[in-house]
Ligand binder design. Sequence first.
Ligand SMILES: NC(=O)c1ccc[n+]([C@@H]2O[C@H](COP(=O)([O-])OP(=O)(O)OC[C@H]3O[C@@H](n4cnc5c(N)ncnc54)[C@H](OP(=O)(O)O)[C@@H]3O)[C@@H](O)[C@H]2O)c1
Length: 341
Amino acid sequence: MTVSILGTTGYAGMVLLRIALGHHEVDRVYPVSGSRAGAEVSRFDPGIPADLAGERLGATNGTFCTIEDAVDAKPDVVFSALPHLSSAAALEPFLGNCVVIDLSADFRISDPSVFEAAYGQPPARPDLLSQAVYGLSEVERESVRTADLIANPGCYPTATLLPLIPIDRAGFVAGRIVTHAMSGISGAGRKNKLNLLFSERTENANAYAPGTSHRHHPEIQSRLGPSSRLLFTPHLVPLSQGMVVTSVVPVTSPAETAIRAVENAYEGMPFVRLRGEAIPETRDVRNTNRCDIGWRIESDTVLLFSVIDNLWKGAAGQAVQNMNIRFGFSEREGLNQVGEL
Ligand SMILES: NC(=O)c1ccc[n+]([C@@H]2O[C@H](COP(=O)([O-])OP(=O)(O)OC[C@H]3O[C@@H](n4cnc5c(N)ncnc54)[C@H](OP(=O)(O)O)[C@@H]3O)[C@@H](O)[C@H]2O)c1
């Protein structure tokens, strides 16, 4: 099959490209770059051997291509790793012509007014919001199988929702959920911004956009039932890749039943590993597509601990997982790492 990637030189795009080049069902990859079309891919990412790039990269002889090249290639699937508010517009020539998997937020929130409140502009394609399938793979697998437009979830929503959804859907939440999340700096993208400089971020950490004010809050809240109210506070911590989420959830009695809902939901799922009372760490999942989940019970309250790699399960890995589900490939194809073989 033929795959195209938009925004290939970003953090998520580069991981997507490496996964696509190692994927046994992918024959040709068209790596689009607005800033580097014509430049050699293996010079930009020396981790990609020049001969592999020459062999499998579109018709461009190992170089990044333009969006026009990618449209002409009539790909089976296009991934967009462009920023929100740019992505939906760039995807226009692909919509309806191939499977679209958008890593940005442009199709994630189905209510246009909620999108505008969070992102400061109306969505580019409000008509498509209700058709887009929210690609939280483990939860929406059946919808993903037939979807032509997949809104890949954000990294905070993925790590937060996976442990929460089984408890929420079973009706066991008995009060306000309080979630604290910590993200590595690559979660903010490959930007030239003062607050992302090494000397600003190393030996330094802070909360930001607390309570209900982060853009991912409506994305998470809209996936929970109306009685599950969430306070969500993210933190930037001095890691390059990785995300830790801790949710404090008051539950109906007995609390063990809520934990059983989590265990039942993910039995046999390749990319969720339940760790019981062991508290997972970011290095346990680094460069993998896994979400590791642990828990503790404190009388009528459950503490849920989840970790992901923001660039894998939080972005590129989950996008490829969704492609695998959509095209009927093995869900693990291209994503096997130590621990998943
Ligand atoms: N980083 C994460 O952990 C993460 C997690 C989940 C979801 N996401 C989402 O995935 C998308 C990509 O994230 P990222 O972290 O990889 O971003 P990034 O590192 O900032 O890269 C985005 C890429 O898009 C292109 N680009 C940048 N500004 C653009 C503009 N104004 N118009 C058109 N193209 C532009 C550039 O690639 P070219 O010059 O090569 O075209 C750039 O390298 C974003 O929507 C982000 O919200 C990211």
